[in-house]
Design a protein around this ligand. Structure first.
Ligand SMILES: NC(=O)c1ccc[n+]([C@@H]2O[C@H](COP(=O)([O-])OP(=O)(O)OC[C@H]3O[C@@H](n4cnc5c(N)ncnc54)[C@H](OP(=O)(O)O)[C@@H]3O)[C@@H](O)[C@H]2O)c1
Length: 299
């Protein structure tokens, strides 16, 4: 199977590319991942993007690229819309024109977070940030252009590389003995390699045919708060000889950010299990494996 994945340096894109490396059990020997990123493949430039995707001769496209700077999007709404809404629509139109299946990534930020139980795919969206609104519009455009596309909403993605909460906590632990972390937002941390593996399984099914398009939720299993995630990171890092770091739980109101985050980011992922047979490992398990990988490289 040949996958063309948008975004070269993105967490998910890199995790997908890792799956195709020689020796990786996931590749099964016949997996090729072609990363398509800037400057050759910019989501805002449809014609050149089509050329790059077509040249890759993929069996399926995964649109993992996005304007993901959530706070910056508040003041750069046009740029966020150009990538997350218009760009996503371009990718879907290209997929339709080339007759290719498409997996598009979306986010928990399409919800307002006021529900008290995990969100279902059928729940009403109500984004509270520019980023969330741009991603919701992207979902709409993708399904308009390519109704057979599968949209995977994920959340709280982390990896051993890239910009993410886990790496921020590790960096802070080098200079702080105590870290203040928000404890009243809840979600499911999602390890990028686990997400990538599930994407591949879904891609296989789509390429084989018979998959119905639409939205599915896909995050790490279990849930926690940002403070709970931070505590786990510091606890597990201690096993690698890192010093003990105390987490001071704080409320969202005490950590104001330009973009509003959903208080409840938990997504019910049962539909992905029913439809595709995929369930991601527990977030804490992913955290242990991620830290093992980081510290193995460091030593
Ligand atoms: N990270 C999370 O916590 C999270 C949560 C929920 C949903 N998601 C969604 O999951 C998907 C994957 O996220 P991620 O964490 O892997 O993202 P990421 O690490 O932030 O990477 C985003 C990638 O998009 C690329 N990109 C941005 N603008 C582009 C453009 N105009 N043309 C081409 N490429 C562009 C970036 O390229 P450069 O390297 O050139 O900047 C980068 O490689 C995204 O759709 C995101 O919205 C992520």
């Amino acid at each position: 199977m040949r996958l063309c994945v948008t975004g070269v340096a993105g967490q998910l894109a890199r995790a997908l590319a890792d799956c195709a490396k020689p020796g990786c059990a996931k590749s099964g020997g016949d997996l090729a991942v072609i990363l398509a990123g800037r400057p050759d493949c910019n989501l805002t430039e449809k014609a050149s993007m089509r050329r790059v995707i077509e040249a890759a001769r993929p069996d399926i496209i995964v649109n993992a690229a996005a304007f993901t700077a959530v706070d910056k999007a508040e003041t750069e709404a046009e740029a966020a819309h150009a990538v997350n809404a218009e760009g996503a629509g371009h990718v879907a139109a290209i997929a339709r024109n080339l007759g290719l299946p498409l997996i598009h990534l979306s986010t928990d930020y399409v919800f307002d977070g006021l529900k008290t139980t995990p969100y279902l795919e059928s729940d009403e969206t109500n984004p509270q940030s520019v980023y969330g609104a741009s991603k919701r519009e992207g979902e709409r455009r993708v399904l308009t252009e390519q109704p057979d596309a599968v949209i995977l909403r994920t959340a709280w993605v982390f990896s051993h590389e890239g910009k993410n909460f886990l790496r921020t906590m590790l960096r802070l632990s080098e200079t702080h003995e105590t870290v203040r972390v928000v404890s009243d937002q809840f979600g499911s941390p999602t390890y990028a390699p686990d997400l990538a593996e599930a994407c591949l399984a879904i891609a296989q099914r789509m390429v084989a045919g018979g998959v119905s398009g639409g939205v599915r939720h896909l995050t790490g299993s279990g849930d926690t708060s940002w403070a709970g995630f931070a505590s786990a990171i510091f606890d597990f890092a201690q096993r690698h000889g890192r010093p003990a770091i105390a987490v001071t739980p704080i409320a969202t109101v005490d950590y104001p950010t330009p973009a509003q985050r959903p208080r409840n980011s938990r997504l019910d992922c049962s539909l992905a299990l029913t439809d595709f047979g995929v369930r991601l490992p527990h977030w804490a398990d992913g955290t242990v494996r991620c830290l093992d990988r980081i510290f193995a490289t460091a030593s």
